[in-house]
Write a protein that binds this ligand. Structure first.
Ligand code: COI
Length: 354
């Protein structure tokens, strides 16, 4: 589709692993792939548990055409970030939460999964091996992408006989480059997830289904699409790749996760930080009408962090919201990113130094 901007700006990347400097224009980073030096890979059969993985040079992998992931979509992904502190050290934010979410998803898709310890150790190894790709403090982060998929051969429908867990990394900047706030379009015909489906896990299959809708919205000048629940078509659920919050006075609300909404780690952290800041934070069903009189709307996600929404368009009516330095979303963004980058003290044991 022509409406997905995947350009990486003026990145100049040195191809060799010599030296510590990644020789990259850190100011031009967007949310797009830049190859780094190393990746992690660990395999097991359906009858075993994962045991030993290795760090290896970044490169293509062999994948059987009859693998479970290629034929039946048996796969999950995760996303987390490595941050550079002012003192030059690097740190992770709540990586065990990603490990636990992957375990929940693996159970739903009948896959073995790495233990929390294996997952976190592997993430640390990838972070250390690619340390030169962690942007300077305040210039972005190193995005870590763990994958778990059926790599064994299947033809009859069912779980694959073998599995691969792997992790790659890429330096990134802002998800929506050059935009200060989002203008969303509400989609009321196509849905992202339905009750009893896989919307609540990070299944790879949840994402391609939104491409068509998002590309049409982008062609009309919108930044992204907000999806409604599939049963009543009445409650707001999730933007294509992030959670949503609304603010009215001192009440901050976000849709309750009941299987159709991804339990975002940023979402959970913002609920906690919102309460710390004295807001009443509610997880509830949010009818689309509540958008009419909301003061603010913002999105959260690992990639998205906390991004304000400037407007939402629903059936040709455009609603506008407060953004800027006085907004609740700005306060929450400052607090979250301060903790993530080591500028604000972490009272919650969310940070794991690498
Ligand atoms: C993330 O925020 O890490 C996500 O997984 C969203 C992704 C589709 C960019």
């Amino acid at each position: 589709p022509p409406n997905f901007d995947r350009s990486c700006g003026e990145l100049t990347v040195k191809s060799s692993r010599d030296g510590n400097d990644a020789n990259i224009n850190w100011d031009a980073l967007g949310f797009c792939f830049t190859q780094t030096d190393y990746m992690y890979i660990m395999k097991c059969s359906s009858k075993e548990k994962f045991s030993d993985g290795i760090i290896t040079s970044y490169g293509n992998i062999d994948l059987n055409p009859s693998s479970g992931v290629l034929n039946y979509g048996q796969g999950l992904f995760e996303g987390l970030k490595v941050y550079r502190r002012k003192d030059g050290g690097i740190q992770l934010f709540r990586p065990e939460k990603n490990a636990l979410r992957m375990q929940t998803g693996a159970m739903r898709l009948c896959m073995p999964s790495p233990s929390v310890e294996q997952f976190v150790n592997a993430v640390k190894q990838v972070a250390l091996a690619n340390k030169r790709w962690v942007p300077p403090h305040g210039k972005g982060s190193l995005y870590i992408r763990p994958l778990l998929f059926g790599s064994g051969s299947v033809l009859g429908i069912g779980p694959a006989p073998g599995y691969t867990f792997m992790i790659f990394a890429s330096p990134i900047g802002n998800f929506y480059k050059g935009r200060e706030s989002l203008n969303l379009l509400i989609e009321d015909k196509l849905h992202r997830a339905c009750p009893g489906g896989t919307g609540g896990i990070k299944s790879i299959a949840n994402y391609a289904g939104v491409f068509e809708t998002v590309s049409h919205a982008k062609a009309k000048g919108f930044s992204d699409v907000l999806f409604l629940d599939a049963v009543y078509g009445k409650y707001i659920e999730e933007v294509s790749s992030c959670n949503i919050f609304i603010v009215k006075g001192d009440i901050v609300s976000t849709p309750a996760t009941q299987g159709t909404i991804l339990p975002g780690i940023t979402r959970e952290s913002i609920i906690k930080l919102g309460r710390e800041l004295g807001y009443q934070v509610q997880e509830r069903d949010i009818p689309v009408e509540d958008l009419t009189n909301a003061d603010e709307v913002f999105c959260t996600g690992t990639a998205m962090v906390v991004t304000p929404v400037g407007s939402i368009t629903y059936q040709d009516t455009r609603m506008e919201y407060k953004t800027g330095e006085e907004s609740v979303s700005h306060k929450l963004h400052t607090m979250l990113t301060g903790i993530q980058t080591g500028v604000i003290e972490d009272q919650f044991e969310w940070i794991l130094p690498v």
